[in-house]
Design a protein. Structure first.
Length: 837
């Protein structure tokens, strides 16, 4: 009997089972409700059913994940590791149903028992582990990696409190703590056995070892443990299931027994609390950079855990680290994880005694770096004393990297000391700082910007000296967005209409949307296209009513700007347009204008005064305009609170006009611009970031362009820009500014918006005054065009049809080919036996 048992493999997964049929799904749902949650259907809440259902779906994911990881191991594939301090994946359930191919059947099954699947999907708290575009891009890239069957791991931090929830109180932003883990997270798997120690602080000493070689010992001030939490990331219509591995900080010993035995309970738990602080909260600031100690600790913690994990996995299957760079490619999502360059050197040189040159060669082959900003104030630079306090050994290694690097620079540019000073990893122009972008450039074999314009500007300004030194290291990879979440899932009506004409292959090959061009003038198709948009607008109008109490007319033009609040993104330019329209209506209440609903959404960094004031301005203007009988509902202004992935999925499909109005040269790429256009919105925008390429793709006649170009902006500034001259010479602009400063929108308070007005009149770093006139003209043109339904619909169809380039699949294919040198691995779903394991 015992012998038989040994020879009969224990089957973990029977591939012959169809795990996606309704019967097995229903059985598992009931079982999870009973045996996991301990509830009967009679007393189960919506949240319980969501939870039981999520576990049911997770089981299917895990089956695919185990198959995937076994194939990776067996085939010794090269793996991409995406290092990012932020991820904004959005709710998982709907996306997983879509990717498994069972969304429609599940939806129908729910409908048959009188339930609406959407209510259950709505129960999910989204993981808000990011600030904005950068974090969302990371999530789109994980989706595409899995869909393209590329072996990949996303490494990040499991913040207990993600980005705050935003409420609007008396027109101001109020921040509410995010509690995404309050109901437990059914998607993650806690792996207490996958844990690493991370050292912090202290000092270093050099001792000779037995062979007389000098070795460095780092005596840390404290040690924290990083524990893995895994979330499966399934590709669309494939069996590939990758993983997002997030690290949570814990105390090494969750209890200090010595302190406890001395009777000091609070000291005993103190260690635990201090350690857990590390991943307690996401910093809610995007730009500018803020040099907080805890933030540096977070960055290092992420990098150390991830690299230790990769080394452990590598050594599981390889005898040594000699071919490490052939098995792993690490992408640094901006400089937040750039310290990993130094950490890998430390792990190789200090901990595994690999010679410096060999370690450095490996390191440079492993890493590549994506830059996401040109704003000088956003570039990360850590004060040297702070750096030395947190990472004393890393600072020594940085000095050594820099010494060798600057030696090579001096050889290349003999006598050019200013060149060496500009390239140095250490900024010594005043107080000394570690420049993280320089570290990332020196430690990587590839550097990329995120749109064509942005990459050109990187090469000619921010990273000019590095470009001159290593032109071959520079690439452009224009960002992309996943068509799964941002069209197939979020806009089911448009998806159904598109599928009825061209099938659904576009979901995996977005260039296929081109086939829609032939229907752009087809009256029936146009009519259906308009009906879809109207239905989506009705849905958003209901959400607006529920969330803000404001009634809006779905027939009006939905003119939308949703993104983080920032002066360079110029939400206040949009407000100047609103006031312009308002003044026109006040002067002539019978004026015929295109009725508009102007919708804003976005969070402001809690410490960014001007951004918060702009939110207050939007709310204040909304309050006046929305109830003025002269306006008579032809103009409505809405601030939709708490812009996040969930809300975004309702907003993009309902837009007629997408506002992408940043000052040229300031927005690295933008990705909201792509999501809007994909959903058939027309763009009013500047020649900034990816707008340039969107306009190229959709055709200039299908894009409302305004504003000064990057070169013009530079020229205007070089001449000594005087915004006040625009105020003096433009009568309409003057009226707008005068109304604003009269206190009209602030119950007579002339002080409330004074900082904004003064900044516009006397400073205007972002050239609102210089771009005002062309913005208004282009807005007028957009308004007129909207009245021509056939023309507008044609333009809208062509926008969607020509979005092929902006799929994150295209972007990921470029990374694979040019930067990572990785290939797909086909995953078959098959029996797994204990013997194989
Ligand atoms: O990255 C954004 C850019 O501003 C966008 O133009 C671009 O499209 C996206 C993706 O490439 N940058 C961010 O979102 N940056 C941050 O969120 C951030 C977060 C922490 C610290 C600094 C910046």
């Amino acid at each position: 009997m015992a012998i038989e048992e040994k020879t009969t493999p224990f089957i973990i997964k029977e591939a012959s089972d169809n795990d996606l049929d309704m019967e097995s799904l229903g059985r598992d749902l009931n079982e999870n409700l009973f045996y996991y949650l301990g509830k009967s259907p009679l007393v189960a809440t919506l949240q319980d059913i969501y939870h039981a259902f999520a576990l049911t779906v997770r089981k299917r994911l895990l089956q695919r994940w185990i198959n995937t990881s076994m194939a990776y191991v067996k085939q010794k594939v090269k793996v991409v590791c995406y290092f990012s301090a932020e991820y904004l994946p959005g709710p998982h359930l709907g996306n997983n149903l879509l990717n498994l191919g069972i969304f429609p059947t599940i939806s129908q099954a729910f409908a048959r028992v009188g339930a609406n699947l959407d209510y259950f999907l709505d129960q999910e708290e989204e993981p808000g582990l990011g600030n904005g575009g950068l974090g969302r891009l990371a999530a789109c890239y994980l989706d595409s990696l899995a869909t393209l069957e590329i072996p990949a791991i996303g490494y990040g931090l499991r913040y207990e409190f993600g980005i705050f929830d935003q409420e609007i109180r008396d027109g101001w932003q109020a921040e509410i703590t995010d509690k995404w883990l309050q109901w437990d997270n059914p998607w993650e798997i806690h792996h207490p056995e996958i844990a690493y120690e991370v050292k912090l602080g202290g000092c270093c000493q050099t001792h000779p070892d037995r062979d007389g070689r000098l070795v460095v010992h780092w005596h840390p001030e404290r040690v924290v443990k990083g524990v893995a939490y895994d979330t499966p990331i399934l590709g669309y219509n494939v069996n590939t299931c990758n993983v997002l591995r997030l690290w949570k900080a814990e105390a090494i010993e969750s209890f200090d027994f010595q302190a406890f035995n001395k009777g000091d309970y609070y000291d005993a738990v103190d260690e635990k609390l201090v350690s857990e602080n590390l991943t307690k909260v996401l910093y809610p600031n995007d730009e500018p950079f803020e040099g907080k100690k805890l933030r540096l600790e977070q960055q290092y913690f992420l990098c150390s855990c991830a690299l230790q994990d990769m080394i452990r996995l590598h050594l599981h299957f390889a005898p040594n680290l000699g071919d490490f760079h052939e098995s792993w490619a690490v992408q640094l999502n901006d400089t937040h994880p750039a310290i990993s360059v130094v950490e890998l050197m430390r792990l190789l040189v200090d901990e595994r005694q690999i010679p410096w040159d060999q370690a450095w060669d490996t390191t440079r082959k492993v890493f590549s770096y994506t830059n996401h900003t040109l704003l000088p104030e956003a570039l990360e630079k850590w004060p040297l004393p702070l750096f030395a306090q947190v990472l004393p050994r890393h600072l020594e290694i940085i000095f050594e990297i820099n010494r060798r690097f600057l030696d090579s620079v001096r050889l290349r540019y003999p006598g050019d000391n200013s060149k060496a000073a500009r390239l140095s990893l250490i900024d010594e122009s005043g107080d000394r700082y570690v420049r993280m972008a320089h570290l990332a450039c020196v430690g990587s074999h590839a550097i990329n910007g995120v749109s064509a314009l942005h990459t050109e500007l990187l090469k000619s300004s921010t990273l000019q000296d590095f470009f001159e030194l290593w032109p071959e290291k520079f690439y452009n990879i224009t960002n992309g967005v996943t068509p799964r979440r941002f069209l197939a899932l979020s806009n089911p009506r448009l998806t159904a209409l598109i599928n009825s004409k061209i099938g659904s292959d576009w979901i995996k090959d977005l260039y296929k949307l081109r086939q829609l061009e032939e229907f752009a003038e087809d009256p029936d198709f146009q009519q259906s296209w308009r009906e879809v948009k109207l239905a989506n607008k009705r849905q958003l109008a209901n959400a607006i009513k529920a969330r803000t109490g404001i009634s809006v007319d779905p027939q009006s033009m939905f003119d939308i700007q949703v993104k983080r609040l920032h002066e360079y993104k110029r939400q206040h330019l949009n407000v100047l347009h609103i006031i312009t329209l308002y003044l026109r209506l006040k002067k002539d209440p019978t004026l015929e204008i295109t009725p508009r609903t102007i919708i804003f959404g976005g969070k402001a960094a809690p410490g960014y005064f001007m951004a918060r004031l702009i939110i207050k301005l939007i709310s204040s203007v909304a309050e006046v305009v929305n109830r003025d009988p002269d306006v008579n509902d032809r103009l409505k202004v809405v601030f939709f609170p708490n812009f996040n992935v969930k809300n975004a999925q309702k907003i993009y499909p309902a837009a007629d006009l997408s506002q992408q109005i940043s000052t040229a040269g300031k927005e690295a790429s933008g990705t909201g611009n792509m999501k809007f256009a994909l959903n058939g919105a027309l763009t009013i925008g500047t020649l900034d970031g990816a707008n340039v390429e969107i306009r190229e793709e959709v055709g200039p006649e299908n894009f409302f362009l305004f504003g000064h170009t990057v070169e013009e902006v530079q020229y205007i500034k070089a001449q000594g820009y005087n915004p006040y001259l625009y105020y003096q010479s433009n009568e309409h602009l003057r009226e707008v500014i005068d109304l604003l400063r009269s206190g009209f929108f602030a119950h007579g308070d002339r002080d409330l918006f004074r900082p904004l007005v003064e900044s516009l009149l006397y400073q205007d770093d972002y050239l609102l005054m210089a771009d005002y006139q062309s913005y208004i003209e282009r807005q007028d043109e957009a308004g007129m065009t909207f009245l021509d339904k056939k023309r507008w619909t044609r333009m809208s169809i062509l926008n969607t049809a020509r979005m092929g380039k902006f799929s994150s699949d295209r972007a990921i294919q470029e990374y694979c080919q040019h930067i990572w040198q990785v290939k797909p691995t086909f995953i078959e779903l098959q029996d797994i036996t204990l013997e194989q394991v």
